[in-house]
Design a protein around this ligand. Structure first.
Ligand code: ADP
Length: 295
């Protein structure tokens, strides 16, 4: 029987039937702007409702943006989700879905779990998942378990501080990995370097032909490599799985590897491109929900 999974993001909410690490069927609705708990529950329920019967009363896995721990959900940035305090989201959603058991993970953590079980991280007991897209996100699997931390903050790699006086970040910090190496940051720096608006995709197309493009992309890749070397010092993972529109852009991973090669050998974790794409969170949430609860 397939497992029902729901992935709640800032712009869209997807629900899917997942079996054996594969998405069999999916539905999507828009996530309302700056939703509170009721609006988020409504979006999740609307996406999931048509798939409920086919998942036959089984557990429901939820991957959501925000801080998820022990079934509760809270926002990092209340402009994204209006959840300043933790709400018992898993229990609330379970009640709306006719009493189904719901297991909740942060979306980056769910994606890390998905890659660990069914993607690029199979066989890696400890892995770091990092997605470099519009922002920078991530998740951790440590010794074969997803790590959420005390507040659900574990794995939010975009909030690592990499430059003391860097630009402001949505987390409230300054000079974070996200503020310097995300797609948004690359586009901001590219606009300054080239004197006109440029998309990250176009900028990557200019690699090797425009030294200003190479400089902006090279700097972002170097910052990311330094953060990964720090993660080696912290967790010494078996693997770092890199995803996202920028992370998987042609040539990007090679630049990160070249920058890592300038670090001492101990601080160079093995890298691999993500394998599950946009389905990683759904696959991970479903797999985690379908596991027997641990004592
Ligand atoms: P999201 O941020 O919504 O999760 P993506 O993972 O696709 O979506 O990331 C979007 C970011 O990746 C944007 O900054 C976009 O410009 C950039 N991007 C997407 N495709 C490419 C590409 N082929 N080369 C470089 N940058 C890309």
């Amino acid at each position: 029987v397939p497992t029902l999974a729901i992935d709640i993001g800032g712009t869209k909410t997807a629900a899917a039937l997942v079996e054996g690490g594969r998405v069999l069927e999916r539905r999507e609705v828009a996530t309302p702007p700056a939703p509170g708990a009721d609006a988020l529950l409504g979006a999740a329920e609307a996406a999931a409702r048509p798939l409920l019967a086919a998942s036959a009363g089984g557990p429901v896995g939820v991957a959501s943006a925000g801080l998820a721990v022990g079934g509760s959900l809270r926002a990092v940035n209340t402009a994204t989700f209006r959840l300043p305090e933790p709400v018992p989201f898993a229990a609330m959603l379970g009640a709306r879905l006719g009493g189904r058991p719901v297991r909740l993970l942060n979306d980056g953590t769910a994606a890390a779990w998905g890659e660990h079980r069914h993607g690029a991280g199979r066989g890696a007991a400890s892995l770091v998942f990092v997605t470099i897209s519009t922002g920078v996100g991530g998740g951790l699997v440590v010794d074969g378990r997803p790590l959420s931390g005390r507040q659900g903050l574990a794995g939010h790699l975009g909030f690592l501080g990499v430059a003391p006086d860097g630009p402001a970040c949505g987390s409230g910090r300054r000079g974070t990995l996200e503020s310097l190496a995300s797609g948004r940051a690359i586009e901001r720096d590219a606009a300054v370097a080239l004197g006109r608006p440029v998309s990250a995709r176009e900028l990557f197309g200019l690699r090797g032909r425009d030294p200003r493009a190479d400089a902006v992309i090279g700097r972002a890749a170097e910052v990311a490599a330094r953060a990964l070397a720090d993660l080696a010092a912290l967790l010494d993972p078996d693997l770092v799985v890199v995803g996202g529109g920028v992370g998987l852009a042609p040539g990007y991973l090679g630049l990160v590897e070249a920058a890592l090669a300038r670090e001492p050998a101990l601080f160079r974790p093995p890298l691999a491109p993500a394998a599950l794409g946009a389905d990683a969170g759904l696959v991970g949430a479903a797999d985690w929900a379908a596991r027997p609860a641990e004592g």
